[in-house]
Design a protein. Structure first.
Length: 146
């Protein structure tokens, strides 16, 4: 199984008739500003930035004679390479299919400070022991919550 690409966007739309995907609002920078008079109250209440994001990946495998089960792991790191969050999803590439797009929704980024963050994408096939990192997406967060 090979990873082809990964994109962080606000939404993806699949045309089932043509099997095409549209990636809407590809994201590499998020700016969040809150009202100065409510800033301290908000900082104490929130654990992260609410977002509507999708991480879309394309996978490819020439061996179409079998079902391929795999797990995708996404880890979020700060600019000091400290892991701050991780999430995963299990997927199945069925027989007679070479390509598969996976979509993972993100509702909250566990971040409340400005900075450069990285989403590191890894995967492992069903019988593999270890994950293999295949992509790294930079994401710049700009906020006045600092």
């Amino acid at each position: 199984m090979k990873h082809v690409w990964s994109v962080l966007c606000s939404k993806s739309i699949t045309d089932r008739e043509e099997n095409l995907i549209s990636l809407i609002n590809c994201i590499e920078h998020i700016k969040i500003e809150v009202d100065e008079k409510n800033k301290e109250e908000i900082k104490q209440k929130i654990k992260g930035i609410p977002v509507n994001l999708e991480l879309v990946n394309l996978w490819f495998d020439n061996d179409i004679k079998k079902i391929r089960k795999f797990e995708v792991m996404v880890k979020i790191f700060d600019n000091k390479n400290q892991e701050i969050e991780k999430f995963s999803g299990a997927f199945v590439l069925v027989e007679n299919m070479k390509r598969m797009r996976t979509r993972m929704k993100i509702g909250v980024l566990p971040i409340i400070k400005s900075g450069l963050y990285f989403l590191k994408i890894s995967f492992k096939e069903e019988k593999a022991k270890d994950y293999r990192e295949v992509a790294e997406i930079p994401l710049e967060i700009e906020t006045n919550l600092n």
